[in-house]
Design a protein around this ligand. Sequence first.
Ligand SMILES: Nc1ncnc2c1ncn2[C@@H]1O[C@H](COP(=O)(O)OP(=O)(O)OP(=O)(O)O)[C@@H](O)[C@H]1O
Ligand SMILES: Cc1cn([C@H]2C[C@H](O)[C@@H](COP(=O)(O)O)O2)c(=O)[nH]c1=O
Length: 198
Amino acid sequence: MFISLEGIDGSGKSTQARLLAERLRDRGHEVVLTREPGGSDGAEAIRRLLVEGDPDRWSAETEILLFNAARRDHLERTIRPALERGAWVVTDRFADSTRVYQGATRGELRGLVDRLHELVIGREPDRTIVIDMDPAAALKRGLARGSGEDRFEEFGLGFQEKLRAGFLALARDFPERVRVVDGMADAEIVAARVAEAL
Ligand SMILES: Nc1ncnc2c1ncn2[C@@H]1O[C@H](COP(=O)(O)OP(=O)(O)OP(=O)(O)O)[C@@H](O)[C@H]1O
Ligand SMILES: Cc1cn([C@H]2C[C@H](O)[C@@H](COP(=O)(O)O)O2)c(=O)[nH]c1=O
């Protein structure tokens, strides 16, 4: 089973991915807990190209290519082998992040995002949980954490609001696969909501 956690920056995806992996391991499953961009040696190298350094280094189109290159490597080296040996895969972000960050926020690039996904990736997770929360609260969590790594967090509240709308739209676009969970509660309560949704 292949599960992705999605949502805006600071919504609690990494926390929930970890808690879900623990819950599944407690039930005796082998679980591969992974993330994007990253999750394989090559994809982690591409992550550094994307999140470190001059934010204007890449054009919007090149950025989409890089996210897809990283995802292809992640799929080939980490996700597929794990699924083939019967493990569960829990990933903190997958292709929906590209749909939302690169596609939904820049409408004219949606076609490119969708065509590249079909060509290079060609599969979806079995289930996707969107952790939904108020962007102002999520931004506060991110700032409190003091993570300086994410150049994407620089865009601020207006951008996060667009992202939230993009993630909520996924549940309408992929009703069989995507469930939205309210992330505005203690982590353990949200974890129970995630388990219930799955
Ligand atoms: N339910 C929660 N209540 C309060 N704080 C939380 C909750 N979930 C996570 N946090 C805290 O909020 C911060 C962001 O959480 P986390 O890293 O899980 O989010 P994220 O969505 O993966 O963030 P990013 O996308 O920016 O990496 C962390 O400091 C984490 O400990
Ligand atoms: C997979 C993916 C990610 N991003 C952005 C979203 C985040 O702001 C950063 C790093 O992710 P993290 O969850 O904070 O580790 O990358 C993106 O724009 N497009 C994508 O496809």
